[in-house]
Design a protein around this ligand. Structure first.
Ligand code: MN9
Length: 296
């Protein structure tokens, strides 16, 4: 069982034009992340993987393909979250059977759930699995979740909860969690804030843009650790120039377009209703790629 530290890519799911998973391209994404980006691990089936747009069977197929391609080369976290708790349990049990290093779930979303409901959701998934460490996926801007410091403490009472994938710009709460729960692991969730998370002591991050710029992220972690903040900031600024363009174009289609610029990586589409890339956006992405990323 690996500790899942370092830089993990939130793995993308390539679809063909009809919205079916393209296994060949998926395998090329995985190898690209391991061989070229040199990531420490993959977060599979999260927001970036468009998992909430796919069927239970497709989510399980992805977990199987990823495990088959990765074997034990890097650490693997399976995101199992779903508003349908039975689906979340089915996927979590499958991930455990496949020996994923950790399982993770977003807080229950869409309905304005109280903390009590969030707790029931996580406790149920934990009870229905037996051994795999668990990562809370905290992303309040999409999932509308509010969890306080004390409430994180309550969730941490279950020893299987390893920590939080923290995708929030509330750095005050982040610092309090780090200070109060030193035994829990935190993963930086916003790539554009990596330097800030790292200066609060985080040594790990999970992000979508690491599919194309993990070497930058690794440099930031190293510079902050060595107290070279000016150097870290220089790299973060490059990373954010890249992120600006990705966000303007539409992050997931833009990332898939950029991935296709690598020789050994195939072309993946996003699932509807995500859109395809226009010719003028392709030009903007190519320019950005040549300026910042073509050396990796
Ligand atoms: O996995 C990603 N979150 C989402 C984390 O896509 C919702 C991030 O890596 C962001 O895509 C990235 C850009 O905002 O930080």
């Amino acid at each position: 069982m690996k500790n899942c530290k370092g830089i993990l890519s939130a793995l993308m799911t390539p679809f063909d034009k009809n919205g079916k998973i393209d296994e060949t391209v998926l395998r090329s994404y995985i190898r690209h992340n391991i061989d070229t980006m040199k990531v420490d691990g993959l977060y599979v089936g999260g927001s970036t993987g468009e998992a909430l747009l796919t069927s239970t069977k497709e989510r399980i197929d992805i977990l199987e393909i990823v495990k088959d391609e990765v074997k034990d080369k890097v650490s693997l976290i399976a995101h199992v979250g779903s508003l349908n708790i039975d689906e979340a349990i089915t996927i979590a049990q499958k991930a455990e059977e496949l020996n994923y290093d950790m399982i993770s779930s977003v807080t229950p979303y869409y309905y304005p759930f109280a903390f009590e409901n969030v707790k029931i959701y996580y406790e149920t998934i934990l009870k229905e699995t037996s051994k795999t460490p668990f990562v809370i996926y905290f992303i309040p801007f999409l999932a509308n979740s509010k969890i306080s410091l004390d409430q994180f403490g309550e969730l941490f009472e279950n020893e299987r909860v390893a920590g939080i994938k923290y995708t929030s710009s509330d750095l005050y709460l982040l610092e309090r969690v780090v200070k109060n729960y030193p035994n829990k692991q935190l993963w930086a969730g916003f790539d554009e804030l990596l330097i800030a998370y790292a200066s609060y002591g985080l040594d790990s991050g999970i992000g979508s843009t690491y599919n194309i710029q993990a070497p930058f992220a690794k440099k930031i972690l190293t510079h902050v650790k060595n107290k070279e903040l000016d150097k870290a900031l220089e790299v973060q600024q490059k990373m954010n120039d890249v992120i600006d363009v990705l966000l303007k174009v539409g992050i997931y289609p833009a990332l898939k377009e950029c991935l296709s610029y690598y020789d050994n990586v195939g072309y993946g589409y996003c699932k509807k209703p995500f859109s395809t890339i226009t010719e003028s956006d392709k030009k903007v992405l190519r320019e950005m790629f040549d300026k910042y990323l073509s050396d990796f």
